[in-house]
Design a protein. Structure first.
Length: 172
């Protein structure tokens, strides 16, 4: 594998979002000790992330939709930092296949950055999906959902400390 031999840097890319409606799939609580969480409808905080198996992360947080122009701007910014031949693994979201996006592929390749698309219906192959799951279901705490400011601060903290305090052990 080229990544393991140090011939390329491999990043897994994707978008995800959170809001003040907590994403708690299931939880335990002590008897007669109810856990209460404030919940309300809110705008989503969205993140476009590029992550390696070694817990290196480039993250771009924004409010609003993941437009093609926005994703292109994020990848343009990332491409300026590329020093080793790099491949970004992406899913088949519409924004990743827009005409504008496709027109940027040659520019990025010239900078040493290639895009690799996963087969359709295979999110399990995109390692960054594990990061989104950890953030939403493990690392965000009930107190983080107090308001959009506390939620954004908690996500900023996770992103800042990803790779040190917050890590994922990829064994394959």
């Amino acid at each position: 594998m080229l990544e393991q031999k140090g011939k390329i840097d491999l990043f897994f890319g994707d978008e995800s979002g959170v809001s003040l409606t907590p994403e708690i799939p299931y939880g335990w609580q002590e008897i007669n000790q109810p856990i209460r969480m404030k919940t309300e409808k809110s705008k989503r905080l969205n993140i476009f992330g590029l992550m390696t198996r070694n817990n290196d992360l480039e993250a771009y947080m924004y409010r609003g939709s993941a437009t093609g122009d926005l994703i292109i701007a994020f990848i343009n910014d990332f491409a300026q930092k590329v020093v080793t031949k790099t491949t970004i693994v992406l899913d088949n979201a519409t924004v990743h296949h827009s005409k504008k996006f496709q027109n940027k592929l040659a520019d990025w390749t010239a900078l040493g950055l290639d895009i690799f698309y996963l087969p359709t219906y295979s999110p399990h192959l995109n390692k960054i999906e594990t990061l989104w799951r950890k953030i939403k279901y493990e690392w965000l705490l009930p107190k983080d959902y107090e308001n959009l400011t506390t939620l954004e601060a908690a996500i900023d903290n996770i992103i800042l400390k990803f790779g040190t305090k917050f890590t994922i052990n990829f064994t394959d």
